[in-house]
Design a protein around this ligand. Structure first.
Ligand SMILES: Cc1cc2nc3c(=O)[nH]c(=O)nc-3n(C[C@H](O)[C@H](O)[C@H](O)COP(=O)(O)OP(=O)(O)OC[C@H]3O[C@@H](n4cnc5c(N)ncnc54)[C@H](O)[C@@H]3O)c2cc1C
Ligand code: SF4
Length: 338
């Protein structure tokens, strides 16, 4: 392992300053010379693999007192970026009012990881593309810009079918982000100029011609929390994977519905495991609004969700699988008792 500087930030200003000092203006956050350290469950792994090589890590855990709140009170929900995945998943009000959040977290990783890992670190985790994580492969545009992509003609069973480019087909691997996308969440960001807020849907960038730039965070910025407006008791997260625990999604769906007198008044559909970024299926949502649910509608919605999908040699099965996941998740959401 390479040597690096370890700094412990005792207040947000100090964290931002330490990160900004090391950040080059043209360096994407995920490759910056200084990286924030939260639970460390991904960052330290990638440093051991020599994929990430920060010269400094800035431990932000001392900020937990202010940044780990779980506040479901009133009509809005606020979650601190340093809240542990396990604490949020186990919170009774989150389970009741935002089951899609609780389940996306409960179905992620393993109990040990969830006890250690934070919400901010979870949404900032990097792809599990095996060519990205193995530096013996030179061709990875995300790790080594301009070098090509070994996955295009390689073993791409886990890769994306939506939001891909001719530069990168890596899947966004997390689960929680789909719940945030489905709930129209906002992300709070702390930087040199104070705190700003933007739709969470604007945080991740599809690969296009620069797969190494994964988020819209500016140099030195940190995620400090997430907010959701309203309550979504009729919401589900359905995840299909190769084994029942400790595994990333092959395909997942986050659904949130508002059903009044049997008619769908509002609908949110987000997809995981199949796209390069947390994916909102707006065309699919439009078909649901104002309708009564039945199997035919579920099929049409699922088809619409994957209308733009294109598979490669080993991952085309995700299109048929993903449609079934959407249809089943919708059925679960419509029939759940609230
Ligand atoms: C074997 C295994 C299986 C897994 N399975 C799943 C799964 O099924 N589903 C799933 O969703 N995840 C899964 N994970 C990923 C796991 O959930 C993440 O490792 C974890 O959520 C990361 O959180 P952390 O706090 O440990 O982040 P860290 O490792 O500390 O940080 C991760 C990245 O985020 C950056 N970062 C951390 N906090 C902030 C912040 N506040 N603002 C800006 N940047 C920040 C860090 O600099 C780093 O680049 C798995 C991991 C492993 C090892
Ligand atoms: S899919 Fe993306 S991350 Fe994987 S090898 Fe290709 S460029 Fe790298």
């Amino acid at each position: 392992m390479r040597s690096f500087l370890y700094q412990r930030a005792t207040d947000p200003g100090m964290a931002v300053q330490a990160l900004s000092a090391a950040a080059a203006a043209n360096n994407p956050m995920t490759q910056a010379a200084a990286q924030p350290l939260a639970g460390g469950t991904t960052l330290i792994d990638l440093m051991k693999l020599d994929v990430m090589r920060p010269a400094a890590i800035v431990d932000i855990n001392p900020l937990a007192q202010g940044w780990s709140g779980i506040e479901p009170g009133g009509e809005n929900l606020r979650l601190g970026a340093l809240a542990k995945m396990s604490d949020v998943a186990a919170h009774a009000d989150i389970q009741r009012q935002y089951p899609v959040i609780a389940n996306s977290l409960k179905l992620a990783a393993s109990a040990q990881l969830r006890n250690m890992a934070t919400l901010g670190g979870n949404v900032m985790q990097r792809t599990r593309c095996s060519y990205f994580r193995d530096i013996s492969y030179e061709n990875c545009n995300k790790r080594n810009p301009g070098s090509g992509c070994a996955a295009m003609e390689g073993f791409n069973r886990m890769h994306a079918v939506l939001g891909t480019s001719d530069q990168c087909i890596a899947t966004y691997p997390g689960d929680f982000a789909q719940a945030l996308i489905a709930l129209d969440a906002m992300v709070e960001i702390t930087g040199k100029a104070g705190t700003r807020s933007m739709p969470f849907a604007q945080l991740h960038k599809a690969p296009a011609s620069s797969p190494e730039i994964e988020t819209t965070l500016r140099p030195g910025e940190l995620i400090s929390g997430f907010t959701v407006s309203g309550r979504w008791p009729r919401s589900v997260y359905l995840k299909v994977r190769d084994r029942q625990s400790y595994e990333f999604a092959l395909s997942s769906a986050a659904i949130a519905l508002d059903v009044r007198n049997g008619v769908i008044d509002d609908a949110r559909v987000a997809l995981g495991g199949v796209a390069t970024v947390p994916w909102r299926a707006r065309e699919a949502e439009a078909l649901l609004k104002g309708q009564r649910f039945d199997d035919d509608l579920a099929r049409r919605v699922a088809d619409a969700a994957f209308a733009g999908a294109s598979g490669r040699q080993h991952n085309s099965f995700k299109i048929a699988l993903g449609k079934r996941v959407v249809a089943r998740a919708l059925q679960q959401a419509v029939t759940m008792e609230i």
